[in-house]
Ligand binder design. Structure first.
Ligand code: BG6
Length: 505
């Protein structure tokens, strides 16, 4: 008989049901809609978390009718045929060019009809699954037709990243959006915040009393955050060639992970309180020294190599990529947080494409014991305790510690206490977009990015990006073999502090 190592007993659960709502997706014929948005909405529907009254209206340039769009929707859903049919009957489509006024007047009428038919009380969500250059024109057109007014029901807009490409452009976009929308109508999405294990960081830190007292520079030696992917740039060269890894991953996902690990306890579990703490934290991050940037921030680009035993091409050989491109597909950096809690504790962060494996994890290494009572074993030979928060693909938490190996001799082993979501809860965590779409319907902005949080993050990266772009050819960019853990300069970055990266096996 197997005995469960960890028992799980729910003692607190809140589940809120959204009000009736109509969701309009701009970019409805695109990848994001079919891979993430429609399946997530359907899963919420299956779980009974969609409101009783809702409709989904797709908008795009592709020629579809309601019927042909529904066929496309059907292809991406799987599950009970009756449920699929039920869901599909609530999906509609409208075709048009995003800059044509006639699209928006058609849209207004269609929404008016659907609101009557589905009794959605005027509540609307607009999802911008379109290229960033279209966010503003679409929002302005919606505003001109009164569709962003909140006089009769709510009107919310979900905006995908990238939100600007540096501080100035992000400010500019924000200023113009605010001419039409209030901040509580803007939902800037960062899908990492919708991942279960990421949300669990706050519960882990603030619903347990044993971790917070040691969550500081007295007990923690360093923190590593790795978000590694084995995929390359795929078909996204058009976007990636203008973005690069620092904009694509660091400015948003990585900084959000950092914020949850390092922020102070918020006064309440409330969107504004949490965002306030993030802003405070980002302001405490030490600016990178531009005259010695390479010692703190390493950039790389993948060359050829092998992934899963198969040869893969280098970044510059990928379709759509400039053969002389200087865009980074990897970055590793050392962040210092100048506040009382973290003074002196380095946060090493790295992310890249075409790395050895897909893994996202946060590794907290505690300080070694101050003194060894085991005379043959110096304190520096006793491994430190390590807490690994696995965000994906094996969501869970692992704590390592030393224990006596059974037997008459004094032998020590490092053991782990291991919790895996899939084993304990018997389910895989839901898709991040499910949670975020639900929260938007509920009007909860906790897991979205407030304007000042976004701005503070851009303030950190904009000077670096500008420097690299102005140096162009001469900016340091190290080529690494695909299928490895990045360039050797990344190892050197951490080795010179006497530490090394924990690479997932
Ligand atoms: C996106 C980036 O935001 O996140 C992609 O634009 C990246 O480049 C992706 O591949 C990673 O997300 P996930 O959920 O697969 O880790």
């Amino acid at each position: 008989m197997s005995v469960p190592v960890i028992t799980c007993k729910d003692f607190f659960c809140t589940e809120s049901h959204p009000q009736p709502v109509g969701i309009t997706i701009f970019g409805a014929s695109g990848d994001l809609t079919s891979r993430k948005l429609l399946p997530s909405l359907f899963n919420l529907f299956l779980k009974g978390l969609m409101p009783e009254n809702f409709y989904i209206l797709g908008v795009a340039r592709t020629e579809f009718t309601d019927e042909t769009f529904r066929e496309k929707v059907r292809e991406v859903l799987s599950g009970d045929a009756d449920k699929v049919q039920d869901f599909i009957e609530r999906t509609f489509y409208i075709q048009g060019e995003y800059d044509s006024l006639s699209l928006y007047s058609d849209l207004k009428w269609k929404i008016r009809d659907l609101e009557k038919k589905f009794m959605t009380n005027g509540n609307k969500i607009f999802y911008m699954a379109v290229p960033p250059a279209l966010y503003l024109p679409i929002v302005e057109n919606l505003g001109d037709l009164g569709l962003t007014s909140q006089e009769n029901g709510f009107s919310r807009v979900i905006i995908e990243k990238p939100f600007g490409f540096d501080l100035d452009s992000a400010n500019e976009l924000d200023k113009h959006l605010h001419a039409t929308l209030k901040e509580n109508q803007i939902y800037r999405i960062d899908h990492y915040l919708g991942k279960e294990t990421v949300q669990n960081i706050l519960i882990f830190r603030f619903a347990n009393s044993i971790f917070e007292p040691i969550w500081n520079n007295q007990y923690i030696d360093n923190v590593q955050i790795t978000v590694a992917e084995d995929i390359g740039v795929e078909h996204r060269a058009g976007y990636y060639e203008h973005a690069g890894l620092v904009r694509d991953m660091f400015q948003n996902h990585m900084m959000q992970l950092l914020s949850l690990v390092a922020m102070e306890p918020p006064a309440f579990f409330d969107a504004d309180e949490i965002h306030n703490e993030k802003v405070k934290l980002f302001r405490s991050i030490r600016p990178f020294p531009l005259d010695d940037l390479d010692s703190w921030f390493v950039r790389g680009q993948y060359g050829r190599g092998k992934i899963g035993g198969k040869e893969v091409v280098s970044y510059v050989e990928e379709p759509g990529v400039n053969p002389h491109s200087r865009v980074e597909t990897f970055a590793a950096a050392k962040f210092m947080i100048d506040n009382w809690r973290w003074s002196g504790v380095p946060f090493y962060m790295r992310s890249g494409k075409r790395l050895s494996k897909r893994v996202s994890e946060i590794i907290i290494t505690f300080k070694r014991v101050p003194h060894s009572i085991f005379t043959q074993l110096p304190a520096k030979s006793i491994p430190p305790n390590i807490l690994r928060i696995n965000i994906q693909p094996e969501e869970g938490i692992v704590l390592s510690f030393q224990a006596k190996h059974p037997g008459p001799k004094l032998c020590m082993s490092t053991l782990t206490m291991d919790f895996k979501y899939a084993e304990v809860f018997g389910i895989r965590p839901p898709e991040a977009y499910e949670r975020l779409l639900l929260d938007c319907m509920l009007g909860d902005q906790t897991l979205f990015i407030r304007d000042d949080v976004m701005r503070e993050s851009w303030k950190i990266f904009t000077p670096l990006i500008k420097k690299w772009e102005s140096e162009n050819e001469s900016a340091k960019l190290d080529i690494y073999e695909a299928g490895t853990w990045g360039p050797s300069s990344s190892d050197e970055l951490i080795k010179k502090d006497g530490r090394e990266w924990y690479n997932a096996l």
